[in-house]
Design a protein. Structure first.
Length: 168
């Protein structure tokens, strides 16, 4: 057989090197917690290794993203409770700083809050595009939607951010 096996160390390393960073970023944009994103990605690669005989090399990327996305969905309810609790317990501290630094800090807080309040699908498309510099075609492939759907979500996200942030 000429088919590559995921169980071979070289092939597994190729898969890991090609997809681990992009998966981590994708999961980070979905969940907003870098440690959780890294844990999900690590678990997905462990599952890939444990099931390497069942996974076709060409389908490994899809398998990994599906496993990671399902793990995220399993943790989403708990994550929402934690995020709501953290938002309630944030304390605003005032420091004597130059006006510019204060305005910059306020703007960044306003921006993060606006991005956090975007619907999940719009937020992930926005962050994949603006932070990860992914093209719409790549975002469509990662999220499993059409390019038109990516364009629509991006447009909706930009409109919502403009409404929430206002004039800069």
């Amino acid at each position: 057989m000429d088919k590559k096996s995921v169980c071979e160390k070289e092939n597994y390393e190729i898969i890991f090197n090609n997809y681990s960073k992009s998966m981590r970023n994708y999961m980070y944009y979905k969940c907003g917690d870098l440690q959780q994103a890294e844990d999900i990605v690590q678990d997905a690669f462990i599952k890939l290794w444990n099931n390497c005989k069942k996974v076709i090399f060409e389908k490994a990327k899809s398998y990994l993203f599906t496993i990671a996305n399902n793990a995220f969905l399993n943790e989403v309810a708990h994550k929402k409770v934690v995020q709501n609790y953290q938002k309630l317990n944030l304390k605003v501290s005032t420091n004597e700083t130059p006006e510019f630094l204060m305005e910059e800090k306020e703007f960044m807080t306003k921006l993060r809050t606006a991005i956090d309040k975007l619907p999940e699908k719009q937020r992930e498309v926005f962050l994949l595009s603006r932070i990860d510099k992914k093209k719409y075609v790549e975002i469509a492939e990662i999220t499993g939607i059409t390019v038109k759907a990516v364009e629509k979500r991006m447009s909706q996200a930009l409109v919502a951010l403009r409404e929430k942030i206002g004039n800069i």
